[in-house]
Design a protein around this ligand. Structure first.
Ligand code: C2O
Ligand code: CU
Ligand code: CU
Length: 422
């Protein structure tokens, strides 16, 4: 996935990036190409301006998932871009190093637009970070995981609306490639995993079950590396891992389902994701740092406001998304406890604008690899989670941010609510 070069710094101090949403080949859509988009990169403190042009035959939007910015710049369903139009949000990047991403968010059409291939990465760098592998494409490799249905070399789009969960594809693509492999040349390699699938959940590890280290979650680095041999990642989530390789070996990154007999979780199948081929001789990497310097956990103050959200089939608190209803009004800078109670089959829960800490899942602390800053959390059937959520300070009483299930069929069916920060 190529990095996107910005323009030189504009006279007014912004680095500008041009993103063109356009039809591709064989049913795909892409950003500056036929399928998926380039990787955008900025440092904390930089000012960015995005020129997003819609060359598609229908309205869409482009949402900066994981980015903390004013609601008008968020790219949710209220920031529609008509065919032929260019939208130019701008903001100051002011958050810790993280792997964020962007994708369309048009009301009711997100599943189709993302599935056709509109998605890309936005990496945030923070000067003075830990000594992790960071040579993009060499020892710091993004892996966008998506499942597709293909027939006669074309993308089949009809089933995005199928069944309980929507589209579950049988062809896995990594970075838009079928049967992918990567050659690595260093003893340690960082993989930035993004689940950009419509609904499928993966349990990712290596075929030989070797231990690797998780170094980051959705919204930033962990405090310290966490050893693991499988990590679960649901749509919208990101996990950064560092894995070690021996010279000359070939190892397969795969996904192994956990709930085989449970049709209520969209993760029952096993898939090979990526072949990693290590060169005959490998350059030694720096040892993994003991401390990663990730953000401190969000700790709710005594008496923190608690808001409850019950997830049912396609509703939140018994209501469908209404573009004209504000569901929650949040004071700027508030730290709150959000309790999410899943009364049905699997869902997940994403909140725009924020980073949160998972306090507990079904009353238990989350696995250590989920302890870092998050913006999306998976809820198995009947699970409940409590989140400590820190809200930002970009106030706008008239423009809402979204919270929603990131299984895209559910989101499109109205499993979404709106909050404003005042
Ligand atoms: Cu990844 Cu509301 O979105
Ligand atoms: Cu988002
Ligand atoms: Cu859902």
């Amino acid at each position: 996935i190529p990095p996107l070069a910005p323009s030189e710094i504009d006279p007014d101090g912004f680095r500008s990036f041009a993103l063109n949403l356009q039809p591709g080949k064989n049913g795909t859509w892409g950003i500056n190409g036929d399928h998926l988009g380039p990787t955008v990169r900025a440092k904390r403190g930089e000012r960015v301006r995005m020129a997003v042009t819609n060359r598609l035959p229908e309205p869409t939007t482009l949402h900066w998932h994981g980015m903390r910015l004013p609601a008008r710049m968020d790219g949710g369903p209220h920031q529609s871009i008509e065919p032929g139009a260019t939208w130019t949000p701008q903001w100051t990047v002011d958050q810790p190093a993280a792997t964020t991403w962007f994708h369309p968010h048009p009301h009711g059409q997100t599943a189709t637009h993302v599935y056709r291939g509109l998605a890309g990465l936005f990496l945030i760098d923070e000067p003075g970070g830990p000594a992790l592998p960071s040579d993009y494409g060499a020892d710091d490799i993004p892996l966008i995981v998506q499942d597709k249905i293909l027939a006669d070399g074309r993308l089949v789009t009809g089933p995005v609306d199928n069944g309980t969960f929507g589209l579950l594809g049988d062809t896995i693509m990594i970075n838009g490639t079928i049967d992918p492999y990567v050659e690595v040349t260093t003893t340690q390699v960082r993989f930035r995993l993004l689940n950009a699938s419509n609904t499928r959940v993966y349990r990712i590890g290596f075929a030989d079950n070797r231990t690797f280290h998780v170094v980051g979650g959705d919204a930033g680095l962990l405090r310290e590396p966490v050893p693991a041999d499988r990590v679960k990642i649901s749509p919208g989530e990101r996990i950064e891992i560092v894995a070690a390789f021996d010279p000359g070996e070939t190892v397969v990154l795969n996904s192994i389902g956990e709930n085989r007999r449970d049709a209520n979780d969209p993760e029952e199948d096993d898939f090979e994701l990526l072949k990693v081929v290590a060169a005959a001789s490998l350059k030694p990497s720096k040892p993994l740092p003991q401390a990663l310097g990730g953000p401190a956990p969000v700790i709710p103050p005594p008496g923190a406001r608690v808001r409850r959200f019950a997830l049912s089939g396609s509703e939140i608190n018994g209501r469908d998304m209404d573009m004209n209803r504000i569901d929650e009004v949040i004071p700027a800078g508030a730290v709150e406890i959000w309790e999410i109670d899943n009364t049905t089959y699997a869902h997940n829960f994403h909140i725009h604008e924020v980073a949160f800490t998972i306090l507990d899942i079904n009353g238990e602390p989350p696995p250590a690899y989920l302890a870092g800053p998050k913006d999306t959390v998976f809820l198995r059937k009947h699970a409940d989670v409590r989140l400590a959520v820190r809200f930002g300070r970009h106030t706008d009483p008239a423009t809402p941010y979204m919270y929603h299930c990131h299984l895209l069929r559910h989101e499109d069916k109205g499993m979404m609510g709106q909050f404003v920060i005042v």
